[in-house]
Design a binder for this molecule. Structure first.
Ligand code: C5P
Length: 403
Protein backbone atom coordinates (compact mmCIF):
# COMPACT_ATOMS: atom_id res chain seq x y z
CA UNK A 1 0.00 0.00 0.00
CA UNK A 2 2.90 2.36 0.61
CA UNK A 3 4.74 1.47 -2.61
CA UNK A 4 5.64 4.67 -4.50
CA UNK A 5 3.65 6.89 -2.12
CA UNK A 6 5.30 10.26 -1.55
CA UNK A 7 5.45 11.23 2.08
CA UNK A 8 6.61 14.62 3.27
CA UNK A 9 7.77 13.97 6.83
CA UNK A 10 7.93 16.97 9.12
CA UNK A 11 10.04 16.28 12.18
CA UNK A 12 9.33 18.83 14.89
CA UNK A 13 11.09 19.39 18.20
CA UNK A 14 10.22 16.62 20.62
CA UNK A 15 12.21 13.76 22.05
CA UNK A 16 10.22 11.37 19.83
CA UNK A 17 12.13 12.90 16.89
CA UNK A 18 14.68 10.20 17.66
CA UNK A 19 12.17 7.71 16.24
CA UNK A 20 12.19 9.50 12.87
CA UNK A 21 15.15 7.53 11.44
CA UNK A 22 13.42 4.23 12.19
CA UNK A 23 10.17 5.56 10.74
CA UNK A 24 11.92 6.62 7.53
CA UNK A 25 13.67 3.27 7.23
CA UNK A 26 10.42 1.33 7.64
CA UNK A 27 8.59 3.57 5.16
CA UNK A 28 11.31 3.13 2.57
CA UNK A 29 11.37 -0.63 3.13
CA UNK A 30 7.75 -0.53 2.03
CA UNK A 31 8.61 1.36 -1.13
CA UNK A 32 7.54 4.85 -0.02
CA UNK A 33 9.46 7.97 -1.07
CA UNK A 34 10.23 10.07 1.96
CA UNK A 35 11.31 13.69 1.93
CA UNK A 36 12.03 15.41 5.24
CA UNK A 37 11.56 18.86 6.72
CA UNK A 38 13.36 19.27 10.03
CA UNK A 39 12.38 22.14 12.31
CA UNK A 40 14.89 24.04 14.45
CA UNK A 41 13.54 22.20 17.52
CA UNK A 42 13.70 18.85 15.78
CA UNK A 43 17.35 19.44 14.92
CA UNK A 44 18.15 19.35 18.65
CA UNK A 45 17.22 15.67 18.66
CA UNK A 46 18.16 14.34 15.25
CA UNK A 47 20.60 15.59 12.64
CA UNK A 48 19.70 16.63 9.12
CA UNK A 49 22.47 14.38 7.88
CA UNK A 50 20.79 11.30 9.39
CA UNK A 51 17.44 12.18 7.83
CA UNK A 52 19.03 12.93 4.46
CA UNK A 53 21.03 9.72 4.46
CA UNK A 54 18.06 7.56 5.38
CA UNK A 55 15.54 9.26 3.12
CA UNK A 56 17.94 9.36 0.20
CA UNK A 57 16.93 12.98 -0.38
CA UNK A 58 17.92 16.38 0.90
CA UNK A 59 16.66 17.32 4.36
CA UNK A 60 14.93 20.71 4.10
CA UNK A 61 15.27 23.15 6.98
CA UNK A 62 15.28 26.81 5.95
CA UNK A 63 12.42 28.87 4.62
CA UNK A 64 14.67 31.60 3.33
CA UNK A 65 17.25 29.42 1.63
CA UNK A 66 17.84 30.91 -1.78
CA UNK A 67 19.20 27.73 -3.24
CA UNK A 68 16.36 25.59 -1.97
CA UNK A 69 13.73 28.10 -2.95
CA UNK A 70 15.15 28.15 -6.46
CA UNK A 71 15.33 24.37 -6.70
CA UNK A 72 12.37 23.33 -4.57
CA UNK A 73 10.20 26.14 -3.20
CA UNK A 74 8.13 25.55 -0.10
CA UNK A 75 4.96 25.50 -2.17
CA UNK A 76 6.26 22.76 -4.45
CA UNK A 77 7.60 20.89 -1.46
CA UNK A 78 4.17 20.86 0.15
CA UNK A 79 2.37 19.86 -3.02
CA UNK A 80 4.72 17.21 -4.34
CA UNK A 81 3.59 14.75 -1.72
CA UNK A 82 0.65 12.40 -1.36
CA UNK A 83 0.45 13.14 2.34
CA UNK A 84 2.23 15.32 4.89
CA UNK A 85 3.08 13.46 8.08
CA UNK A 86 4.07 15.48 11.14
CA UNK A 87 5.89 13.07 13.47
CA UNK A 88 6.45 13.98 16.17
CA UNK A 89 3.88 16.77 16.30
CA UNK A 90 4.56 18.98 19.30
CA UNK A 91 1.95 21.07 21.12
CA UNK A 92 3.62 24.08 19.50
CA UNK A 93 3.31 22.92 15.91
CA UNK A 94 -0.30 21.86 16.51
CA UNK A 95 -1.09 25.34 17.86
CA UNK A 96 0.62 26.92 14.87
CA UNK A 97 -1.36 24.74 12.48
CA UNK A 98 -4.56 25.86 14.17
CA UNK A 99 -3.79 29.57 13.94
CA UNK A 100 -2.16 29.36 10.53
CA UNK A 101 1.18 30.72 11.64
CA UNK A 102 3.87 30.26 9.05
CA UNK A 103 7.14 31.39 10.54
CA UNK A 104 9.37 28.55 9.35
CA UNK A 105 9.56 26.07 6.52
CA UNK A 106 7.48 23.36 8.27
CA UNK A 107 4.56 25.60 9.19
CA UNK A 108 4.67 27.34 5.82
CA UNK A 109 4.51 24.01 4.01
CA UNK A 110 1.57 22.99 6.23
CA UNK A 111 -0.27 26.19 5.41
CA UNK A 112 0.51 26.06 1.71
CA UNK A 113 -0.46 22.46 1.13
CA UNK A 114 -3.51 21.12 -0.61
CA UNK A 115 -2.67 17.58 0.47
CA UNK A 116 -3.95 15.48 3.39
CA UNK A 117 -2.13 15.92 6.67
CA UNK A 118 -1.55 13.36 9.43
CA UNK A 119 -0.07 14.19 12.83
CA UNK A 120 1.49 11.93 15.47
CA UNK A 121 1.35 14.08 18.62
CA UNK A 122 4.03 13.70 21.25
CA UNK A 123 4.34 15.73 24.42
CA UNK A 124 4.19 15.75 28.21
CA UNK A 125 0.90 14.46 29.62
CA UNK A 126 -0.09 17.82 31.13
CA UNK A 127 0.59 19.56 27.84
CA UNK A 128 -1.50 16.93 26.05
CA UNK A 129 -4.43 17.14 28.44
CA UNK A 130 -4.31 20.94 28.65
CA UNK A 131 -7.57 22.41 27.31
CA UNK A 132 -5.58 24.47 24.81
CA UNK A 133 -4.08 21.37 23.20
CA UNK A 134 -7.32 19.44 23.36
CA UNK A 135 -9.22 22.25 21.72
CA UNK A 136 -6.51 22.58 19.06
CA UNK A 137 -6.77 18.85 18.47
CA UNK A 138 -10.51 19.11 17.97
CA UNK A 139 -10.10 21.99 15.51
CA UNK A 140 -7.51 20.04 13.54
CA UNK A 141 -9.76 16.96 13.48
CA UNK A 142 -12.64 19.12 12.29
CA UNK A 143 -10.37 20.23 9.45
CA UNK A 144 -9.91 16.56 8.51
CA UNK A 145 -6.36 16.33 9.83
CA UNK A 146 -5.73 12.67 10.62
CA UNK A 147 -4.40 11.88 14.06
CA UNK A 148 -2.45 8.81 15.13
CA UNK A 149 -1.80 8.31 18.86
CA UNK A 150 -0.58 9.41 21.29
CA UNK A 151 -0.54 6.45 23.62
CA UNK A 152 -0.15 6.14 27.36
CA UNK A 153 3.07 5.08 29.04
CA UNK A 154 6.32 6.32 30.54
CA UNK A 155 7.20 9.72 29.15
CA UNK A 156 10.74 10.95 28.60
CA UNK A 157 10.13 13.72 31.14
CA UNK A 158 9.72 11.09 33.88
CA UNK A 159 5.97 11.44 34.18
CA UNK A 160 3.54 8.73 33.25
CA UNK A 161 0.44 9.25 31.12
CA UNK A 162 -0.90 9.95 27.69
CA UNK A 163 1.51 11.75 25.38
CA UNK A 164 3.89 9.15 23.98
CA UNK A 165 4.13 9.31 20.23
CA UNK A 166 2.42 6.35 18.54
CA UNK A 167 4.80 3.50 17.77
CA UNK A 168 6.38 3.48 14.32
CA UNK A 169 4.30 0.38 13.47
CA UNK A 170 1.10 2.24 14.41
CA UNK A 171 2.05 5.21 12.24
CA UNK A 172 2.76 2.87 9.32
CA UNK A 173 -0.59 1.13 9.93
CA UNK A 174 -2.39 4.50 9.98
CA UNK A 175 -0.71 5.54 6.71
CA UNK A 176 -1.57 2.19 5.16
CA UNK A 177 -5.20 2.62 6.21
CA UNK A 178 -5.22 6.11 4.79
CA UNK A 179 -3.99 4.98 1.38
CA UNK A 180 -6.26 1.93 1.37
CA UNK A 181 -9.19 4.20 2.03
CA UNK A 182 -8.20 6.68 -0.65
CA UNK A 183 -8.06 3.73 -3.08
CA UNK A 184 -11.58 2.75 -2.03
CA UNK A 185 -10.21 -0.21 -0.08
CA UNK A 186 -9.83 -1.02 3.56
CA UNK A 187 -8.36 -3.59 5.89
CA UNK A 188 -11.66 -5.47 5.77
CA UNK A 189 -12.00 -5.46 1.98
CA UNK A 190 -13.05 -8.90 0.76
CA UNK A 191 -14.61 -9.88 4.09
CA UNK A 192 -18.29 -10.27 4.85
CA UNK A 193 -19.78 -8.96 8.08
CA UNK A 194 -23.21 -9.56 9.55
CA UNK A 195 -24.49 -7.09 12.14
CA UNK A 196 -27.75 -7.15 14.10
CA UNK A 197 -29.14 -3.95 15.55
CA UNK A 198 -32.15 -2.43 17.26
CA UNK A 199 -34.93 -3.97 19.30
CA UNK A 200 -37.39 -6.58 18.16
CA UNK A 201 -41.13 -6.17 18.31
CA UNK A 202 -43.01 -9.24 19.48
CA UNK A 203 -46.70 -9.07 18.60
CA UNK A 204 -49.40 -9.72 21.16
CA UNK A 205 -52.14 -9.40 18.58
CA UNK A 206 -52.33 -7.64 15.19
CA UNK A 207 -52.12 -4.17 16.77
CA UNK A 208 -50.04 -4.56 19.93
CA UNK A 209 -46.51 -5.64 20.59
CA UNK A 210 -43.84 -5.98 23.28
CA UNK A 211 -40.61 -4.09 22.68
CA UNK A 212 -37.58 -2.72 24.53
CA UNK A 213 -35.74 0.60 24.67
CA UNK A 214 -32.94 -0.20 22.23
CA UNK A 215 -32.44 2.65 19.75
CA UNK A 216 -30.24 0.77 17.28
CA UNK A 217 -27.67 3.59 17.39
CA UNK A 218 -24.78 1.36 18.47
CA UNK A 219 -25.49 -1.49 16.08
CA UNK A 220 -26.02 0.81 13.11
CA UNK A 221 -22.78 2.63 13.94
CA UNK A 222 -20.93 -0.71 14.01
CA UNK A 223 -22.32 -1.63 10.59
CA UNK A 224 -21.24 1.77 9.20
CA UNK A 225 -17.76 1.53 10.72
CA UNK A 226 -17.17 -1.96 9.30
CA UNK A 227 -18.31 -0.79 5.86
CA UNK A 228 -15.93 2.20 6.14
CA UNK A 229 -13.06 -0.26 6.55
CA UNK A 230 -14.12 -2.04 3.38
CA UNK A 231 -16.22 -4.96 4.68
CA UNK A 232 -19.27 -6.10 2.76
CA UNK A 233 -21.86 -5.59 5.47
CA UNK A 234 -25.37 -6.97 5.92
CA UNK A 235 -27.27 -5.24 8.69
CA UNK A 236 -30.32 -7.04 10.04
CA UNK A 237 -32.23 -4.30 11.79
CA UNK A 238 -35.21 -4.41 14.08
CA UNK A 239 -37.60 -1.44 14.06
CA UNK A 240 -35.58 1.73 14.74
CA UNK A 241 -35.61 5.40 13.81
CA UNK A 242 -31.99 5.17 12.64
CA UNK A 243 -31.47 5.71 8.90
CA UNK A 244 -29.91 2.88 6.88
CA UNK A 245 -26.14 3.41 6.91
CA UNK A 246 -24.48 4.19 3.57
CA UNK A 247 -22.90 1.30 1.71
CA UNK A 248 -24.59 -1.35 3.84
CA UNK A 249 -27.19 -3.91 2.76
CA UNK A 250 -30.04 -3.61 5.24
CA UNK A 251 -32.73 -6.21 5.93
CA UNK A 252 -35.55 -4.85 8.06
CA UNK A 253 -37.29 -7.26 10.40
CA UNK A 254 -39.69 -7.02 13.32
CA UNK A 255 -39.53 -10.14 15.43
CA UNK A 256 -36.72 -12.25 16.88
CA UNK A 257 -37.72 -15.17 14.69
CA UNK A 258 -37.57 -13.01 11.56
CA UNK A 259 -34.19 -11.70 12.69
CA UNK A 260 -32.91 -15.25 13.16
CA UNK A 261 -34.10 -16.22 9.68
CA UNK A 262 -32.60 -13.10 8.04
CA UNK A 263 -29.27 -13.74 9.78
CA UNK A 264 -29.13 -17.36 8.67
CA UNK A 265 -29.87 -16.24 5.11
CA UNK A 266 -27.12 -13.61 5.28
CA UNK A 267 -24.46 -16.24 6.00
CA UNK A 268 -21.72 -17.09 5.24
CA UNK A 269 -19.80 -14.26 6.86
CA UNK A 270 -16.38 -14.04 8.42
CA UNK A 271 -17.42 -11.49 11.06
CA UNK A 272 -20.61 -11.33 13.11
CA UNK A 273 -21.53 -8.58 15.53
CA UNK A 274 -24.81 -9.07 17.40
CA UNK A 275 -25.78 -5.71 18.83
CA UNK A 276 -29.54 -6.15 18.67
CA UNK A 277 -31.52 -6.21 21.87
CA UNK A 278 -33.48 -9.28 20.89
CA UNK A 279 -36.55 -10.04 22.95
CA UNK A 280 -35.93 -13.15 24.99
CA UNK A 281 -39.56 -14.24 24.81
CA UNK A 282 -42.45 -13.73 22.46
CA UNK A 283 -46.04 -13.88 23.59
CA UNK A 284 -48.41 -16.34 22.04
CA UNK A 285 -50.16 -13.90 19.76
CA UNK A 286 -53.81 -13.78 18.92
CA UNK A 287 -54.98 -13.67 15.30
CA UNK A 288 -57.55 -11.00 16.10
CA UNK A 289 -57.30 -7.89 18.25
CA UNK A 290 -57.89 -8.87 21.88
CA UNK A 291 -61.01 -7.07 23.04
CA UNK A 292 -61.38 -5.44 26.38
CA UNK A 293 -64.53 -5.94 28.42
CA UNK A 294 -64.20 -9.71 28.63
CA UNK A 295 -64.75 -11.28 32.06
CA UNK A 296 -61.07 -11.47 32.95
CA UNK A 297 -57.99 -9.54 31.91
CA UNK A 298 -56.02 -11.39 29.25
CA UNK A 299 -52.96 -13.34 30.30
CA UNK A 300 -49.86 -13.43 28.18
CA UNK A 301 -48.19 -16.80 27.64
CA UNK A 302 -44.59 -16.60 26.54
CA UNK A 303 -42.38 -18.88 24.51
CA UNK A 304 -38.60 -18.48 24.41
CA UNK A 305 -37.09 -16.90 21.32
CA UNK A 306 -34.08 -18.33 19.53
CA UNK A 307 -30.76 -16.96 20.76
CA UNK A 308 -29.35 -15.60 17.51
CA UNK A 309 -25.87 -14.94 18.85
CA UNK A 310 -25.52 -18.37 20.43
CA UNK A 311 -26.87 -20.04 17.29
CA UNK A 312 -24.43 -18.21 14.99
CA UNK A 313 -21.53 -18.89 17.36
CA UNK A 314 -22.12 -22.65 17.51
CA UNK A 315 -18.98 -24.58 16.68
CA UNK A 316 -18.86 -26.06 13.21
CA UNK A 317 -17.20 -25.70 9.83
CA UNK A 318 -19.36 -22.72 8.83
CA UNK A 319 -18.91 -20.79 12.08
CA UNK A 320 -17.83 -17.21 11.33
CA UNK A 321 -14.19 -16.59 12.30
CA UNK A 322 -15.03 -13.81 14.73
CA UNK A 323 -18.32 -13.69 16.62
CA UNK A 324 -18.94 -10.68 18.83
CA UNK A 325 -21.84 -10.02 21.16
CA UNK A 326 -22.92 -7.33 23.56
CA UNK A 327 -23.85 -7.86 27.18
CA UNK A 328 -26.18 -5.17 28.41
CA UNK A 329 -26.29 -5.50 32.17
CA UNK A 330 -27.46 -3.49 35.13
CA UNK A 331 -25.20 -5.21 37.69
CA UNK A 332 -22.07 -7.44 37.93
CA UNK A 333 -21.24 -6.26 34.44
CA UNK A 334 -17.88 -7.91 33.79
CA UNK A 335 -18.60 -11.20 35.53
CA UNK A 336 -21.88 -11.56 33.65
CA UNK A 337 -20.11 -10.78 30.37
CA UNK A 338 -17.42 -13.40 31.01
CA UNK A 339 -20.06 -16.01 31.77
CA UNK A 340 -22.01 -15.03 28.66
CA UNK A 341 -18.90 -15.25 26.49
CA UNK A 342 -18.23 -18.80 27.58
CA UNK A 343 -21.85 -19.93 27.56
CA UNK A 344 -22.60 -18.65 24.06
CA UNK A 345 -19.21 -19.68 22.60
CA UNK A 346 -18.58 -16.07 21.58
CA UNK A 347 -15.10 -14.69 20.83
CA UNK A 348 -15.54 -11.16 22.16
CA UNK A 349 -18.20 -9.57 24.34
CA UNK A 350 -18.69 -5.84 24.70
CA UNK A 351 -20.13 -5.37 28.15
CA UNK A 352 -22.10 -2.20 28.69
CA UNK A 353 -23.93 -0.80 31.65
CA UNK A 354 -27.56 -0.12 30.83
CA UNK A 355 -28.74 0.72 34.35
CA UNK A 356 -31.19 3.65 34.39
CA UNK A 357 -28.58 6.33 35.22
CA UNK A 358 -26.11 5.22 32.53
CA UNK A 359 -27.95 6.88 29.63
CA UNK A 360 -26.85 4.07 27.33
CA UNK A 361 -30.23 3.04 25.98
CA UNK A 362 -31.25 5.70 23.49
CA UNK A 363 -28.29 7.93 24.38
CA UNK A 364 -25.34 8.85 22.15
CA UNK A 365 -22.56 7.58 24.42
CA UNK A 366 -21.54 4.22 25.69
CA UNK A 367 -19.07 2.93 28.28
CA UNK A 368 -17.90 -0.51 27.28
CA UNK A 369 -15.52 -3.20 28.45
CA UNK A 370 -14.13 -5.50 25.81
CA UNK A 371 -14.01 -9.04 27.19
CA UNK A 372 -11.89 -11.48 25.18
CA UNK A 373 -10.01 -14.72 25.89
CA UNK A 374 -7.00 -12.54 26.73
CA UNK A 375 -8.74 -10.46 29.38
CA UNK A 376 -10.80 -7.33 29.93
CA UNK A 377 -10.09 -3.95 28.36
CA UNK A 378 -12.09 -1.02 29.71
CA UNK A 379 -12.66 1.76 27.22
CA UNK A 380 -13.40 5.33 28.25
CA UNK A 381 -16.91 6.69 27.76
CA UNK A 382 -17.12 7.37 24.04
CA UNK A 383 -19.75 8.39 21.57
CA UNK A 384 -21.40 5.33 20.07
CA UNK A 385 -19.87 6.18 16.72
CA UNK A 386 -16.40 6.21 18.32
CA UNK A 387 -17.08 2.89 20.10
CA UNK A 388 -18.00 1.45 16.71
CA UNK A 389 -14.85 2.82 15.07
CA UNK A 390 -12.68 1.47 17.83
CA UNK A 391 -14.33 -1.92 17.56
CA UNK A 392 -13.89 -1.92 13.79
CA UNK A 393 -10.19 -1.10 14.23
CA UNK A 394 -9.85 -3.98 16.69
CA UNK A 395 -11.55 -6.27 14.23
CA UNK A 396 -9.13 -5.10 11.52
CA UNK A 397 -6.18 -5.91 13.78
CA UNK A 398 -7.66 -9.35 14.46
CA UNK A 399 -8.09 -9.89 10.73
CA UNK A 400 -4.50 -8.81 10.04
CA UNK A 401 -3.21 -11.35 12.55
CA UNK A 402 -5.58 -14.25 12.05
CA UNK A 403 -7.36 -14.25 8.70
O1 C5P B 1 -28.28 -13.16 26.86
P1 C5P B 1 -28.30 -11.70 26.51
O2 C5P B 1 -29.58 -11.26 25.85
O3 C5P B 1 -27.89 -10.79 27.61
O4 C5P B 1 -27.12 -11.59 25.42
C1 C5P B 1 -26.86 -10.41 24.74
C2 C5P B 1 -26.20 -10.71 23.43
O5 C5P B 1 -26.87 -11.78 22.78
C3 C5P B 1 -26.28 -9.54 22.48
O6 C5P B 1 -25.16 -9.59 21.64
C4 C5P B 1 -27.56 -9.85 21.70
O7 C5P B 1 -27.53 -9.26 20.42
C5 C5P B 1 -27.52 -11.36 21.61
N1 C5P B 1 -28.83 -12.03 21.62
C6 C5P B 1 -29.29 -12.62 20.46
N2 C5P B 1 -30.48 -13.29 20.45
C7 C5P B 1 -31.23 -13.35 21.56
C8 C5P B 1 -30.79 -12.73 22.75
C9 C5P B 1 -29.59 -12.07 22.74
O8 C5P B 1 -28.61 -12.56 19.43
N3 C5P B 1 -32.39 -13.98 21.54
Amino acid sequence: MLENRRILLIVSGGIAAVKAPDLIRRLRERGAHVRCILTKGGAHFVTPLTLAALSGDKCYQELFDLKDEAEMGHIRLSREADIILVAPATADIMAKMVTGQADDLATTALLATDKPVMIAPSMNVMMWTHPATQSNLQILKDRAVKVVGPSAGDLACGEVGNGRMAEVSEIIAALTRFFQKSDGQGPLTGLRALVTSGPTHEPIDPVRYIANRSSGKQGHAVAAALAELGAQVTLVAGPTAEPDPDGVKVTHVETAKQMMKACTEALPAEIVVCAAAVADWSPQNADQKIKKGADKTPELKFAENPDILATLAQAGPTRPKLVIGFAAETENLIEAAKTKRAKKNVDWILANDVSPGSGTFGGDSNTVHLVTAEGVESWPTLRKRAVAERLAERIATFVERNL
